[in-house]
Design a protein around this ligand. Sequence first.
Ligand code: NAD
Length: 278
Amino acid sequence: MEGLIKQAAKDIAERKYAIALTGAGMSTESSIPDFRGPKGIWTTNKKAEAEAYEIYGLFLKEPKAYWEKMLSSQGIYQRFYEEMRKAKPNTGHYALAELERLGILKYIITQNIDGLHEKAGSRKVLEYHGGIYKLRCTSCGSRFGTEEVSLDELPPRCQCGGILKHDVVHFKEPIPSDVREESEEEVLRSDLMLICGTSAVVYPFAELPIMARFGSGRLASSLYATGHKTNVKILEVNAEPTSLTQEGVSDYLIQGKTGEVLPRIVEEVKRIYSPFAT
Ligand code: NAD
């Protein structure tokens, strides 16, 4: 592992525009379970998974019933979001925040909804699947802090008249176009992608590494077939190999916990940048 950490630090130090893609594995060391790891929420609770697939349909059909479900103290959402609100960032989140402060990491695109990157001090964060601290207007796309909106009358509404939903993107719900476009721009601008704690099975997020590796949009899928690669470096830090590892989308995997591996990479990057480095 030591050799790979040195390699990762060297790759990061040599590149000009590094971004990170993060997933639920980043926050398991903050005691928030992931979905698909061995102790994951879906792995251990199939009923909750089935329910999660239906919640967006309920919003479209009956927004009041959706909100009642979201706010029910008996339901999975209140319990899960409450756990997240209590959680604190771990050493992995702080390591990425430090890479941003050093001017090396330009953006984090996260699937996580827990807000822990911001709590750790990262400023440039795109929440691809939304966040638990916000509501979003389904007409004009405006976001509001949860404390700004009264939930006395359901469903809550925006000043534009549109219905507000939780900002968290549910299964079957499209990614908000502003976040999706900005994420794709960052991916295409990057020359290094550090992918941390994601099984990379949730689409369209899982397309982002493929877009970086093989080019953009439809072109990417045809280049994928021919094996053509762009010269972006793609590194994974994950507890287990993923489809990105197996299909050669990433250049290499550092297998381990993000809370342990990322601080070691940052220490090594700082050593390389130090004026006394040998
Ligand atoms: P996932 O559950 O599908 O995969 C997590 C991956 O991280 C697995 O491969 C697992 O082995 C690995 N992992 C677990 N702990 C790790 C650690 N300490 N260090 C390194 N790797 C570790 O999660 P996903 O790919 O993010 O996709 C699931 C969806 O679940 C996303 O859409 C996300 O929005 C949502 N989700 C978010 C949170 C959160 O906000 N914290 C938590 C659960 C699920």
